[in-house]
Design a protein around this ligand. Structure first.
Ligand SMILES: [Zn+2]
Length: 492
């Protein structure tokens, strides 16, 4: 674990007060990056975002209130699609067979800059914008991953870019991708397979979090699938020899997988839940169903582990005398970081600076921390150092990874969660419905717009990003982890 220490303070000189947000103490892993230059075009974009903030805040709060689940984000997608349509973008709704996916395009010709937006909420996390647990509607979804902020900030970046490009006669195309179902790791996977991201020169992406940071770390590749076991029912005491337990199939599969772990690389991760295990102990269950995740550092490792997992499931069916059916849900690659792009985003994050949270917003964050029993440090006010990637051990997975194998993709995190509070939690829902979220989205939109302008105005930068991407992908075309005949999991 690398210790992160900070110097922060007020420097006064020449009669000007300058807030030094955070100056990292250098260590071997820190990559020195200077703040990007404030060009007149960036200034224009920042001003546009500042002026648009009341409307952006309204959109943020509206999507926060709707809190629609993955692939059901009908109204949230429409709020963003019509915002961009009104801003002059051409909108194509329902792409890749996903009714809540859309693409909003402005401009023409190269370069083509993509901006990713997400807007799905999480089940059971409904929460008012208060510092203690208080559901808005008991048991309903809530924005516990800040995707309401995500979708709006990306739309703001796209609209700001369009504004400046039109006024300054900067050539190129901006494409906003309305990406549904990120929480189920599905939306972008189906969009990628359908070729929705093809033809991009580069793509910008961000995620709200606890830190202001640009990371070179990757994520885990993943396969997720369901297995149904089919047996034969019988009286569990009267004639169990006539029964074949589907639950035995699931249990033997899980026992086998737990033994398998020892003989996989330590970076492999297998998780499961039993969704259906029968109705009563005195009836031999003829049906059982379980849901599995297989993760590892890269796509090849997941494919290899997955093949062995399938063998174990097959063996379990033989042992239990049952049959089984596999329903593949989704699969993703690991994220392919782009160092040149990341450095550019980081330079722009230093230029824009972290969100300037008010004393009241910090007090709100500390109250949440107090209620959760974690250190009352408030929200991060500094920018984390730009570091060499760390060895990955068991990180999560994201469908953004698919885009990163189709075009050089940049990432960014901007703070909205109080330090030390868990993600996917009521605390995150509370913060994403307040002015904390508005400041977070303002910062993210500015950093992405500035990065977009750098790419649009500096062909050498884009070339370097693409050269790096080409050398890492070795020119291999993107291969979807999905079976070719798999349809998106959309309720008809
Ligand atoms: Zn998320």
């Amino acid at each position: 674990m690398i210790e992160r220490r900070w110097l922060a303070g007020i420097v006064c000189g020449l009669g000007i007060s300058v807030l030094v947000h955070a100056v990292p103490l250098l260590d071997g892993n820190v990559i020195p990056v200077k703040p990007a230059k404030l060009t007149p075009q960036k200034k224009e974009a920042f001003l546009w975002i500042d002026n648009a903030l009341p409307e952006l805040a309204r959109l943020n709060d509206e999507i926060w209130r709707k809190a629609e689940l993955a692939l059901q984000e009908k109204e949230s997608a429409e709020i963003l699609a019509s915002y961009l349509e009104t801003s002059g973008f051409r909108v194509e709704r329902g792409v890749a067979g996903l009714p809540t996916a859309f693409v909003a395009t402005w401009g023409s010709g190269a370069p083509v800059i993509g901006v990713l937006g997400e807007y799905d909420a999480l089940p059971g996390l409904s929460q008012e914008a208060v510092a203690f647990k208080k559901p808005l509607a008991e048991g309903k979804p809530g924005h516990g991953c800040g995707h309401n902020i995500f979708g709006v900030a990306s739309a703001a970046a796209a609209a700001a870019l369009k504004q400046v490009m039109a006024r300054e006669k900067i050539g190129g195309t901006i494409k906003y991708f309305g990406c549904p179902g990120e929480e189920t790791v599905t939306g972008k996977v189906f969009m990628a397979r359908a070729g929705v991201f093809d033809g991009l020169s580069a793509c910008l992406q961000w995620h709200p979090g606890a830190e202001n940071e640009v990371s070179l770390d990757s994520s885990n590749a993943l396969n997720q699938f369901e297995v149904e076991f089919f047996g034969r029912t019988a009286h569990a005491a009267g004639d169990p020899w006539d029964g074949r337990s589907a639950l035995d199939g699931v249990e033997l599969a899980d026992v086998g997988l737990n033994f398998l772990r020892e003989h996989l690389k330590p970076t492999a991760r297998i998780h499961y839940v039993i969704l259906d295990g029968g109705g009563a102990p005195n009836v031999v269950p003829d049906y059982a169903r379980a849901w599995y995740y297989v993760r590892n550092l890269d796509r090849d490792s997941v494919e290899k582990d997955y093949a062995r997992v399938l063998d174990v499931i097959d063996g379990a069916a033989k042992m239990s005398g049952t049959t089984y059916k596999i329903r593949f849900i989704s699969g993703v690659h690991e994220v392919l970081p782009n160092r040149v792009g990341a450095e550019t985003v980081y330079a722009n994050l230093l230029l824009v600076g972290p969100p300037a949270f008010s004393a009241e917003e910090q007090a709100f964050a500390r109250e949440i921390q107090k209620n959760l029993g974690v250190a009352e440090k408030g929200l991060k006010t500094g920018v984390e150092p730009f570091r060499e990637p760390e060895k990955s051990w068991g990180s999560g997975s994201t469908d953004v990874a698919e885009v990163s194998w189709i075009t050089p993709t940049t990432s960014l995190s901007v703070a909205y969660e109080p330090e030390g509070t868990p993600g996917h939690h009521w605390a995150a829902v509370a913060c994403s419905g307040t002015t904390i979220a508005h400041k977070c989205l303002q910062t993210a939109a500015k950093v992405m717009a500035a990065t977009g302008l750098d790419i649009l105005q500096d062909p050498q930068l884009l070339k370097k990003m693409r050269d790096e991407w080409l050398s890492k992908t070795k020119g291999k075309p993107y291969l979807s982890p999905l079976p070719p005949d798999l349809q998106p999991p959309v309720k008809k």
